[in-house]
Design a protein around this ligand. Structure first.
Ligand code: SAM
Ligand code: F3S
Length: 459
């Protein structure tokens, strides 16, 4: 073996995508194989996240542990990338001098050079915003199972007052339309059947086409759907403000687009939304959801929520709880607000005490769990289209897959090797973290009675 690389990833799916591409790159340039155990690796990399304070602090405690591996094995190199790297730059090496190089989300394609320099005892920090250079310099992606992420844009220009992303990942920049399609087609050839189009503000996608015109997300979805082997399309994360007519049309007409949408609302209070600079009011969000349901009645929604934003009163928080109750989100990622350096909200007094934030967080999470459990229970008895992605971890020949609303379903496979295929599964039981089911039929390709039914309903 030429050597091994360990990559610890924090944060969003874009970071996961970046880590996977970095692993592909290091395999191609150095023959390095990605391993899950740091004690077996020669290169230790951390792809960090700075969206919340906790994630940032975790980086430094992790680095301390990685340094122990380094001390016990001569020649081991440590690199730090991601959003904390982008924000802290040289300070990372000041606080953790054993770090050999630092790279940002836009410079991960330069890691092979940084690694070579580190080995020559020339530690470097490269956190420039090289925009799309990285995509041009990364090798063709290697599929890892039937589901894949494809990053279609970088950065964010929305500047929500609490969020560090526009500063760490830079302004929005869309990948060219044909490059994205080529990447999806290459993944499809390797057995990928479900693709998630990724961006921090993904529905603001405007990719240049070869003829110089630009195409939006709905157009891209239409072209991805033309790739026969792709049977399911997701996209995340959407901003409600960018949810335009063409996307409603896509939900109305594109059967491969899942009946599931992650649409962060952040708060149920208009005052808080205004201070967050989200650019919409609660009623506006409500109307978008109602319109979406009119074209896709079976759509399930997930969301992001922040509690304890500066100035959030009991009344504001009650409005958030009421909205959560009304919307019946399938899943919500809820967070206690933490001020991020350099963001406008960091200048506001962080005046909701920590224990109040914790209480509000627990309340909103409990309510959401109740709704999610009720949705799971209602799925019992229904036929679901499942993409089988692996043998179930606890064996007995069971298979494991995902429904459209991203729930894990385990079911007896009847001895058939269905991994990488779609199947119709009847849900028989709702458990706290997964569903049980019974195989009804395996799809030969990517068409099924469930999709035919949707087509009939939406056309
Ligand atoms: N682009 C997405 C959107 O439209 O909202 C999400 C981006 S952010 C990486 C993921 C989530 O982290 C946000 O939706 C928000 O709920 C949460 N978040 C961001 N900054 C935060 C902060 N300072 N404190 C607590 N949560 C935060
Ligand atoms: Fe952050 Fe708002 Fe963009 S939450 S990623 S600035 S849409």
């Amino acid at each position: 073996m030429a050597g091994a690389v360990y990559i610890k990833t924090y944060g969003c799916q874009m970071n996961e995508y970046d880590s996977a591409r970095l692993a592909d790159l290091l395999f191609e340039t150095h023959g390095l194989v990605r391993v899950d155990d740091p004690s077996r690796a020669d290169i230790l990399l951390v792809n960090s996240c700075s969206v919340r304070e906790k994630a940032q602090e975790k980086l430094f405690s992790d680095l301390g542990r990685l340094n122990e591996w380094k001390a016990s094995r001569p020649g081991v190199v440590i690199g730090v990338g991601g959003c904390v790297a982008s924000q802290e730059g040289e300070d990372i090496r000041r606080r953790a001098p054993y770090v050999d190089f630092v790279f940002g989300p836009q410079t991960l394609h330069r890691v092979p050079d940084l690694l070579a320099d580190a080995r020559a005892r020339n530690p470097r920090v490269d956190i420039t915003f090289a925009e799309l250079e990285k995509f041009d310099r990364l090798p063709e992606p290697r599929a890892d199972g039937p589901r894949a992420f494809v990053s279609i844009m970088e950065g964010c220009s929305k500047y929500c007052s609490f969020c560090v992303v526009p500063y760490t990942r830079g302004q929005e920049f869309s990948r060219p339309f044909d490059d994205v399609l080529a990447e999806v087609a290459a993944l499809a050839e390797q057995g990928v059947r479900e693709v998630t189009l990724l961006g921090q503000n993904v529905n603001a996608y405007r990719g240049r086409r070869r003829d110089g015109r630009t195409a939006d997300l709905a157009t891209l979805i239409g072209y991805v759907a033309e790739i026969d082997e792709i049977g399911r399309i997701r996209f995340t994360t959407s901003h409600p403000l960018e949810f335009g007519e063409t996307l409603f049309d896509a939900f109305a007409s594109e059967r491969k687009l899942v009946s599931h949408l992650h649409l962060p609302v952040q708060s149920g209070s208009d005052d808080v939304l205004a201070r967050m600079k989200r650019g919409y009011r609660v009623d506006w969000y409500r109307d978008k959801v109602a319109k979406l349901k009119s074209v896709r009645p079976d759509i399930s929604l997930s969301t992001d929520l922040i509690v304890g934003f500066p100035g959030e009163t009991e009344r504001d928080f009650a409005a958030t709880l009421a909205l959560v109750d009304e919307m019946r989100f399938d899943l919500s990622y809820s967070f206690a607000y933490s001020p991020r350096p350099g963001t406008p909200a960091a200048a506001l007094p962080d005046d909701v005490p920590a224990h109040v934030k914790a209480q509000r967080l627990a309340k909103v999470q409990a309510l959401n769990l109740e709704h999610a459990a009720a949705i799971s229970r209602r799925m019992v008895g229904r036929l679901e289209r499942v993409l089988v992605d692996r043998q179930a971890p606890r064996g007995r020949g069971d298979l494991s897959g995902r429904t459209e609303n991203n729930r894990v379903v385990n079911f007896p496979g009847g001895g058939e090797d269905l991994v990488g295929r779609f199947a119709t599964v009847e849900i028989t039981e709702a458990r706290p973290n997964s569903l049980r089911g019974r195989l009804v039929a395996a799809e030969a390709g990517v068409s099924s009675a469930i999709l035919e039914k949707r087509e009939a309903a939406i056309s």
